[in-house]
Write a protein that binds this ligand. Structure first.
Ligand code: CP
Ligand code: NVA
Length: 305
């Protein structure tokens, strides 16, 4: 039984295998073909936080693959006083073939995976967003043609998306640089974890956004206050004021594409001119979520060729 709770649950070779299936399915989709690799299979989406991309891309993916999905929002009683996570997970795992869970707590997803008896995929937690990072590096490969040795500069909060990108970049031979103010970089525990699992990876941190983007193939940003951090918004706006990805910053790396996982707070972490500009690949990233997750589902459920 395999789960994808953090991207490092996958090896580099496994990610490449998933990318290959995703690419094949994406090409067929573009040609109007939909391979029913998962007929009759059911995917449950258990979400404690809002979502557009993750929810819809997984639901569409399952339909295209000949299976189906069901969305369980807050009224399912998940992770509440209604019943234990163990009872919820054991019951749900008896009905469905796989579960995507978006939770307020990373530990909740881990506990669900321990009991469900079916593969569990993290659809975003406070600590990780593996499907996003996998789809992002897949997108870069599609857009640029290669990724090995290229540099991705993440300008903003060292959050769930940044952590997962650091790992996927490290696994696949990309340099990752986080530019964030003191107090918003990776914590010591995660740094130690990165050093242990990816001792040879080029993963760096700086407070200097201009230095970080110099020579980058991609400049990435995300909201300064993630879901669940709304009360810190004003404080974070002050802390990140010098970390906006704007035309002046992008002028320092004329060959770089611009990336954002979306949703974006336009005028805060990114200007309209950058996110809507010719170097922005944010819509390709969003589209790739569905293709990447098809590959992931087919691989995880053992139906990839
Ligand atoms: N990028 C992303 O995960 O978007 P949603 O929160 O809309 O799913
Ligand atoms: N860091 C953001 C990502 C949203 C897709 C959040 O957790 O809200």
């Amino acid at each position: 039984m395999r789960h994808v709770i953090v991207p490092e649950d996958l090896s580099a070779a496994e990610i490449e295998a998933i990318f290959a299936v995703s690419r094949d399915l994406q090409e067929k989709f573009a040609a109007g073909r939909r391979d029913a690799l998962l007929p009759g299979r059911v995917l449950a989406l258990v979400f404690e936080k809002p979502s557009l991309r993750t929810r819809v891309s997984f639901e569409a993916a399952m339909t295209h693959l000949g299976g189906s999905s069901l969305f369980l929002g807050e009224d399912s009683g998940f992770a509440s006083s209604r019943e234990s996570i163990a009872d919820f997970g054991r019951v749900l795992g008896g009905y469905v073939d796989a579960i995507v869970c978006r939770s307020k707590s990373h530990d909740t997803i881990r506990r669900l995976a321990e009991v469900a008896g079916v593969p569990v995929i993290n659809g975003l937690s406070d600590l990780a967003h593996p499907c996003q990072a996998l789809a992002d590096v897949y997108t870069l490969r599609q857009e640029i043609g290669r990724i090995q040795g290229l540099s991705l500069a993440f300008v903003g909060d060292g959050n769930n998306v940044a952590r997962s990108l650091a790992v996927v970049c490290g696994l696949l031979g990309m340099r990752f640089v986080l530019a964030a103010p003191e107090g918003y970089q990776f914590d010591t525990g995660f740094r130690k974890h990165l050093a242990a699992i990816l001792p040879d990876a080029e993963i760096e941190e700086t407070t200097d956004a201009a230095a970080a983007v110099t020579g980058a193939a991609a400049v990435y940003t995300d909201v300064w206050a993630s879901m669940g951090q709304e009360r810190e918004r004003a404080e974070r706006q002050r802390a990140f004021a010098a970390y906006q990805v704007n035309e002046a910053l992008m002028a320092r790396c004329p060959d770089a594409v611009f990336m954002h996982c979306l949703p974006a707070r336009r005028g805060e972490e990114v200007t309209d001119g950058v996110i809507d500009g010719p170097r922005s690949i944010v819509l390709a990233q969003a589209a790739a979520r569905m293709h990447l997750q098809k590959g992931l589902l087919a691989w995880l459920l053992g139906h990839a060729e």
